[in-house]
Design a protein around this ligand. Structure first.
Ligand SMILES: Nc1ncnc2c1ncn2[C@@H]1O[C@H](COP(=O)(O)OP(=O)(O)O)[C@@H](O)[C@H]1O
Ligand SMILES: [Mg+2]
Length: 225
């Protein structure tokens, strides 16, 4: 799904954008393993990763983003503040399919984000092309509303300066290096995306930083807020 307007080219499919980023070897280690949703894929990714996130291929605002985990002898999913457990895989899949309806979904390895007071935090970098040059417009942290795992501001997340968020979640020694790394990933990703999708002029990158300090690219928006 693509259209053009004064905000530049819009790309709705998370799958297409993720595939484009995967074409660059230095981005690959920063993209959580991702596949299209199917029950067999869900089963094998749960075996491999323990926790996965499923999300609509076309979606925004954290809507429809569901965390799924394998625990000891059963399974559970979390959607908004509600967690439901199942003793077998088929029960889990039936419930998920009902929630998902007709939409297409992705499955992504679940990243254990660093937290502030137990609330996951991730980061938004806004990058805009102005007079033919890309420039930063914002680098902020978003702390999930208490009880949620999604950080989206539209779900009640709190915005902080990126440096404050990194300091509060990982410690002061991480601030400079993680900000620099997010900027570097933004430059490389933008080059790749612009080559694949000419006409884009604004990008909003969602970066997670896990408890070990590793940066992950969750998604790139072409109509960022
Ligand atoms: N793979 C993941 N592991 C952990 N949390 C995730 C993952 N993917 C998304 N999230 C959480 O869900 C939020 C929304 O997901 P995102 O991919 O940005 O979709 P949306 O278009 O709905 O914003 C992210 O900001 C993050 O907080
Ligand atoms: Mg997002």
């Amino acid at each position: 799904m693509t259209n053009h307007n004064h905000d530049g080219r819009q790309l709705a499919s998370k799958w297409e954008k993720t595939e484009a980023l995967l074409s660059h070897p230095s981005l690959v280690p920063h993209i959580p393993p991702t596949s299209r949703f199917s029950a067999p894929q869900l089963r094998s990714m749960l075996e491999r990763h323990g926790t996965v996130v499923i999300k609509p291929v076309v979606g925004s605002g954290g809507k429809g983003v569901i965390k799924v985990s394998k625990s000891g002898n059963g399974f559970s999913y979390t959607h908004y503040e509600r967690t439901v457990s199942y003793s077998n895989f088929d029960g889990l899949v039936m419930a998920l399919l009902q929630k998902m309806g007709q939409k297409s979904y992705l499955i992504q390895k679940g990243i254990s984000l660093a937290t502030v007071n137990g609330r996951p935090i991730d980061y938004r970098v806004k990058y805009v092309k102005s007079f033919n040059r890309w420039e930063y417009r914002a680098l902020v942290g978003r702390i999930a509303r208490s009880g949620l795992f999604v950080t989206n501001l539209s779900q009640g997340g709190d915005m902080v300066l990126a440096g404050q968020g990194i300091k509060a979640s990982l410690g002061p020694s991480y601030v400079k290096v993680k900000k620099r790394e997010m900027r570097e990933l933004t430059v490389i990703s933008t080059r790749v995306l612009e080559q694949r999708f000419p006409g884009i002029v604004q990008l909003g990158f969602d970066y997670g930083i896990d408890r070990q300090g590793k940066i992950w690219i969750f998604e790139v928006n072409t109509r960022p807020h």
